[in-house]
Design a protein around this ligand. Sequence first.
Ligand code: ATP
Ligand code: SKM
Length: 302
Amino acid sequence: MEAGAGLAMQSSSRAVGVGARGGPGGCRSGALRGERRARLGSLRVGGLAAAAAAVRVRGAKPVAPLYCLKTSRGQETLHNSVDEALLLKRKAEEVLFELNGRCIYLVGMMGSGKSTVGKILAEVLGYSYFDSDSLVEQAVGMPSVAQIFKVHSEAFFRDNESSVLRDLSSMQRLVVATGGGAVIRPVNWRYMKKGLSIMLDVPLDALAKRIAQVGTASRPLLDQPSGDPYTAAFTKLSMLAEQRGDAYANADVRVSLEDIAAKQGHDDVSQLTPTDIAIEALQKIQNFVMEHSVASSPFDDL
Ligand SMILES: Nc1ncnc2c1ncn2[C@@H]1O[C@H](COP(=O)(O)OP(=O)(O)OP(=O)(O)O)[C@@H](O)[C@H]1O
Ligand SMILES: O=C(O)C1=C[C@@H](O)[C@@H](O)[C@H](O)C1
């Protein structure tokens, strides 16, 4: 089956909310409706670091700040998530224009949050979301990447991964969460360079903790039948990171969780929400597009 045949089935641009921690209880961008929307022009962001202290629509005068009310932990969290959702929405509006339909490819190690952050970006940009691992599963007709590796081989998986990326590269307005190893084949970069690529850079310790939490069975390159899952994941991820460092560096922008945490005054990346990361990704995209004047679409000439 051709990889492209499954694309429509997988698309989901409405997959997740944009609230704090990305969880079901998080505050969604729907919070923008009503009177709060009118204040968007100059919202002071109490819940984020000083760097993100103010968001202003061009030419608008500052209005009353929306600070966290520190009366209770719950209220503070609510305000933080409203601040985050508004900032995310505002950034997405700016970036959307500059993207001009270009696709976004998220690259990074296993567990780096490509799917989690990718769904948020797709939702706020109104893009369709695809996961290249899932598309390979559909194309091959097998329920998991792990099974494809077992029954066929890694090389077979990689061939199909390249076909999927080739098919996706002819489209517009997509956010694609790529497989962790998609970066190793130069031909995949030819496809991904039709859009903008973002590398999610997450410390290995945080990756290994995330992966150990859910187990390694679904990730064949990390799977180890016995032993401590954290140690197994950490050891293998360290090796892969070493091998793939240069390949990940091909990405147009790098989003470092350590940098975001430092800006926000956290000493641990685990305190960052997926929304924090999505906001930083949008900011980095905007900087990249402005620096490289790539506002025109690669499809303009076609
Ligand atoms: N910012 C975050 N903070 C804490 N946990 C997170 C964060 N982002 C993602 N996670 C969790 O880490 C795990 C991996 O995330 P996700 O599936 O988005 O990564 P991925 O890069 O798509 O992984 P893979 O390439 O292996 O499929 C999930 O359990 C997810 O809930
Ligand atoms: O890092 C990798 O090489 C992989 C990551 C996963 O997303 C899958 O694409 C597969 O398990 C291989």
